[in-house]
Design a protein around this ligand. Structure first.
Ligand SMILES: [Zn+2]
Length: 215
């Protein structure tokens, strides 16, 4: 199944496009000003995401700082992704799907064993795999973003992963505000609604600003 292609952001050109299978991962160094677009090809597919300041990876995505500055637990167009040192690392510039999550965390072998009695492939393992490419590892995993995943919080504080509103072709565009290392795990979770109980592929596209040519 191929999702419809959306136009490139105005003033940007496509620089790469790759389909990441369910359970697969991706990572890249994104220079300041570059954009990455995640496309939920079939719908209801969680994309676990982390980013790090390329100049000092201790300055990595900080979910609490991001929620405090947004005064909201959900990530939407306009939300700035803040780092450990309060650096504005990236920003969500467009999203066709509302309320991305950043409190549910990523799936792991250990949590799947605890919750479902199953030993499975996990986003945590994928993060370790991708981070190794950039000289990082297990200790560098922090509370992450889950694009297209829905974790509503009730008045009494009850929270749980719920059905995602994301439909086939939904996308989110994220721009690097400084040079960053961005990594994703395309979640393989089958035992809760993170991926609609049916993990599916996503497309990762990168964009750079178009050069202005003088004629
Ligand atoms: Zn996962």
């Amino acid at each position: 199944m191929t999702a419809k292609r959306h136009a490139a952001p105005k003033g940007y050109r496509l620089t790469s496009s790759v389909v990441v299978d369910p359970g697969g991962s991706w990572g890249a160094l994104l220079a300041r000003g570059k954009r990455v677009r995640f496309v939920d090809i079939e719908g209801q597919q969680a994309v676990d995401f982390l980013c790090y300041n390329a100049a000092d990876t201790r300055d990595r995505y900080n979910a609490a700082n991001t929620m405090k500055m947004a005064e909201n637990a959900f990530l939407n167009a306009g939300t700035v992704l803040y780092g450990e040192y309060a650096t504005a690392l990236m920003t969500i510039v467009a999203s066709s799907c509302p309320n991305h999550d950043t409190i549910g965390g990523c799936c792991s072998v250990e949590m799947n064993l605890l919750r479902y009695g199953r030993r499975t492939h996990s986003c945590r393992a994928n993060f370790i795999h991708e981070l190794a490419k950039f000289g990082m590892g297990e200790a560098d995993i922090v509370a992450n973003v889950n694009f297209f995943m829905r974790v509503p919080v009730g008045r009494d504080g009850h929270m749980a992963i719920a059905d995602s509103p994301s439909r086939a072709g939904d996308f989110v565009d994220v721009e690097a505000l400084t040079d960053v290392i961005a990594v994703i795990s395309n979640c393989p979770q089958k035992y809760n609604p993170a991926c609609g109980y049916h993990p599916s592929p996503v497309r990762v596209e990168t964009y750079a600003k178009q050069r202005v040519s003088r004629t």
